[in-house]
Write a protein that binds this ligand. Sequence first.
Ligand code: NAD
Length: 252
Amino acid sequence: ERLRLDGRVAYVTGGGQGIGRAFAHALGEAGAKVAVVDLVLAKAEAVACELSLKGIKSLALAADVSKPEDVQRMVDAIVARWGTVHIACNNAGINLNSASEETSLEEWDKTFNVNLRGLFLCCQAAGRIMLNQGYGKIINTASMASLIVPHPQKQLAYNASKAGVVKLTQTLGTEWIDRGVKVNCISPGIVDTPLIRSQELRPLVRRWLADIPAGRLAQPTDLQAAVVYLASEASDYMTGHNLVIEGGQSLW
Ligand code: NAD
């Protein structure tokens, strides 16, 4: 079965809730061992515990993906436990909401530090191991906001950072493919997660609903098969791809 991940070692950043949690479950159910990584250790532990209860081999790690020492520690811990990394899901991301003319430099830097610098650090640290072994699958979480400007606006730093994720994915995907490392990204539309239910974003949801041909938000489960596909040998001819899953929203 080309979609099975038995014997593979995976990690998911931002795995403590939302989309990352759904990714961790999906990869584990497909047979991979999964390191659940989150800024908040308790969240990572809770998800790792859910996986263990399903009989999935799991590990909980705390890391801030924007810090190089945390990222290296994360990769070292996974290698120490399971010997290597085959599947890297670089999913941690933040979304701060403010009018562009009021966006502070602090907000801008924070967004880019997690969403783009964090991705660079994770891709590089995991990528080095993968290039050495001549095999690896990197799946980055971008966003539909990399393609369109979901309205109402007020997501300048977020949108720009996610467009950067796509270009980073394309560049690494073409640079590393001849050494066995495939790099792709998933661009979800609006997914029903704690991020979306947060105070700042809640008022936007009703407006967004009107823009989705599918007539509903995505559930994290709507993304699970995609991550398994991109982590599996079934997608070996794909690299640098941006897999958009948004209920048609980017077409309206
Ligand atoms: P979420 O806020 O519900 O969960 C994100 C998790 O990442 C949290 O557990 C948080 O603790 C963790 N995290 C935050 N900063 C971190 C850091 N510096 N290092 C490590 N972990 C960190 O978010 P979500 O909705 O599940 O989104 C996950 C990813 O999907 C993000 O990259 C987001 O931009 C992207 N995305 C989300 C949506 C959506 O509608 N929810 C749409 C498109 C893209």
